[in-house]
Structure formats: C-alpha cells, structure tokens
Design a protein around this ligand. Structure first.
Ligand SMILES: *Cc1c(COP(=O)(O)O)cnc(C)c1O
Length: 390
C-alpha cells in the first residue's frame, strides 16, 4: 500500500475538472440523462451509476476509493456518522432469530442498538470479554450470525486477537465486524487479518479537525453492494458532498498528524507515569499493558487516546483537576487538533462515586496536535490546583 499515492492522487481525475488540485464539491442532488435507455440502465443498478446523491455522488466516490484502498478493501461506503456505519454493518447481516456475540463495552450507541433496537427485531446479543479467544468459542450458538469487535476499545484499550477470531468465524460461517476507529488503517488493517467488515468513526482521525461527523464501512464488493442496495439506500444515511470533501482534505494530512501525535503521546505518557498523583496509565504500547504482545502482533502504532487513573479520595478533586485545565478542553470525541479530557465520573451521579474503585477515577485524555510542553504544562496546572505538582 502506497499511502502517499492513495491520499494525494488515487481517484482524482483532475483533467475532468479543470486540473484543479482540490477536487470539486459536486453539490447536486441528481444527475441528468440524455436518453431513456441510459436512464433505464442506471435505474437497474444505482450502485454502478450516478442517479441521485442519496446513492452515489462524484465527490463522495473519490473519498470512497481512497478509504477502501487505505483499508485494503474492495469497496467502501461512507455514512453521515460512525453510528450509522455500525447500524448498517450489523443490520444487514442479521435477521429475526439470529444471535450476535459482541465484545463487552462496545461503543455506547452500538450497545444501545444491541440492547434496545435489535431485541425488538428478535435478535439477541451475548457480551463477552474479548481478550480470550475461548470466550468466543464458548459464546457461539448454532444461530450466531455475527461477531462484533472493537479493537482497541476507547476507554481501557482491551483488544481482540483479530486473526484468530476471523479464522474461527470463517469456519462457522459467521460474519465479523470490527470497529477500527482507534487505530485507523494507518495503524491496523483488520481486512488483511480476515475480518469481513471494518468500520471507523471518520469523525475522529480521518476528519482530524473536529468539524465533521461521519463513518466509514469497508468490505468486499458483494457485501458492500448488498448493503448499498438495502440499508444504505433505505435509511438514507450517506455522507453529504461537502462533508466528504472535508474528509478528503483530512486524509491529506492523516499520516503526518498521527506521526506527530504518536511522538507527543509518548512524552505525555512518560510525564503521567512519573507523576505522584497518577496511580497508573493505560495505553496499548506501554510495558505495563496486559496485552502488549498481541498489540505488537496486530497494531503498528497507537496514539492520542490514553486513560490515566488519578489518586483521588474525593470526586471533587477530580472535578477540580479538570476544571483547572486551561487548554485541554472537556469534551467528548477525539482525533481532532485539540486535546480533550473526559473524567469517567462525569457519567455518574456524585453520590455513586467510590474512590476505592479505580474505574471511577479514570480520566480519558486525548492528545491533540499541540506541542507536548503545552499539554504537559496544562496537566501540571491541573495537578497543582490539587496542591501537588510534579
Ligand atoms: C465516536 C465513535 C463511534 C461513533 O462514531 P460517530 O461518528 O460519533 O457516530 C464509534 N466507535 C467508536 C470507537 C467511537 O469512538
């Protein structure tokens, strides 16, 4: 895979649009035909023709080609959110009476789909600890149709052995879906490990600038054609041309941004590890990470997102730490230019907080594009507000 070619040239037929270096935003809902026969042919197969932008659109097509190539996949569909990509991937592969095996704690809205929407359609889900392959073997039932993976997950970075699970699923005729938002295809390529469908929230690293919500789904041509002709077209959850154009722009700098963030993250992790107020740091490439060996086997990198457990006896200390940061923003999401923090305790009532539970003292930090010194100085400001500096 030549990443430079993919992000700078692939699918950009510049002579068709005035040799413009940046592709045009084809902001048109529909496309006209000269003859009835051409129209008839297009209607028969909207996957292969430009008819209507709920289906295909030329700006979106440029993006699709690039994202498919990055993942080493035959084809790609781009959705107006990562959640929509998850929904299409799962719904298109289950029917009433089917069973799903999912990793525990998948992305919150994937969980909601498994817990609330799919049971209404007669589809049940078993959650398992995905760290052990035996747990998959044990959970698979005769009616299991799909295995849902998220590797790494975005709070404790638990990973699954993608090659082994793909092999197991293939032998049982089960479809595998993997959320690859954390790594992007730059750092992990699940399709090449045998996973059927790989998805990402493009809101994160692909956009990279916190200005688009979008999702990517990649897989083989047969499966993607089927999804296009059913869930994609009926739900109408495709990306809009302007947002697709922003993602093409984001892709231009994806490897450079990840490289920079990787270096900065390393420095931030080192700082946090040494800090007396930090109990532990959870990050996939750390020596202390319990699945380090598997990390090295299937991921070529990791960056940006990490979790640290602060030593606090009281929830107000954690709140004070976060509120005293001047540059690191308290906000959801990640993958953009700006560093972000979420304390786990923001998801619970104060009265529920137990300082004995390290999970309650988790802080998820996203390291953005700022200088390492700038981010570290801000963290130091937070710690100093508690009366204890480095
Ligand atoms: C953000 C996120 C999603 C959902 O993507 P949206 O673009 O917000 O719909 C799915 N999975 C993971 C791991 C995420 O971080």
């Amino acid at each position: 895979m030549d990443i430079s070619y993919i992000i700078n040239e692939l699918a950009e037929d510049r002579e068709n649009y005035f040799n413009a270096v940046a592709p045009p935003i084809v902001q048109s809902s529909n496309f006209a035909f000269k003859t009835v026969d051409e129209m008839r042919e297009a209607f028969a197969d909207e996957y292969s023709a430009l008819v209507y932008s709920r289906g295909r659109n030329p700006t979106v097509d440029i993006l699709r080609a690039k994202l498919a190539a990055l993942d080493g996949a035959e084809d790609c569909l781009v959705f107006n959110s990562g959640a929509a990509a998850i929904f299409a991937a799962v719904l298109s592969n289950v029917k009433s009476g089917d069973h799903i095996v999912s990793v525990d704690k998948p992305y919150a809205w994937a969980q909601k789909m498994f817990n609330v929407i799919l049971p209404r359609l007669g589809v049940t889900t078993t959650y398992i600890n995905g760290r052990e392959i035996e747990n998959f073997e044990r959970a698979i039932l005769p009616n299991t149709a799909l295995i849902y993976l998220e590797s790494p997950n975005s709070w404790d970075y638990a990973i699954q052995d993608l090659r082994a699970i793909a092999e197991l699923a293939k032998a049982e005729g089960i479809v595998t879906v993997c959320d690859n938002s954390y790594c992007t295809p730059i750092y992990q390529r699940p399709i090449e490990m045998g996973i059927d469908l790989v998805l990402q929230s493009a809101t994160k690293y692909i956009s990279g600038h916190s200005d688009v919500v979008a999702g990517v789904l990649c897989g083989n041509k047969a499966m993607m054609t089927r999804i296009f002709n059913s869930e994609f077209m009926t739900v109408g959850s495709g990306i809009q041309p302007f947002n697709a154009w922003l993602l093409i722009r984001g892709l231009r700098t994806l490897p450079v941004r990840l490289e920079h963030i990787t270096k900065t993250t390393h420095r931030v992790v080192e700082y946090l590890k040494r800090h007396p107020m930090v109990e532990s740091v959870i990050f996939p490439f750390e020596e202390s990470f319990p699945q380090l060996e598997l990390v090295k086997k299937q991921m070529s990198g990791a960056c940006g997102l990490l979790t640290f457990i602060i030593k606090a006896t009281d929830i107000l200390q954690i709140e004070k730490f976060c509120e005293n940061l001047q540059h690191i923003l308290m906000a959801v999401s990640w993958g953009g230019h700006e560093s972000l923090i979420i304390p786990k305790c923001s998801g619970m009532k104060r009265s529920f907080f137990k300082s004995e539970n390290p999970d309650h003292r988790m802080l998820r930090l996203y390291v953005g594009l700022e200088d390492a010194e700038y981010i570290i100085a801000d963290l130091e400001r937070g710690f100093l507000s508690l009366g204890i500096g480095d």
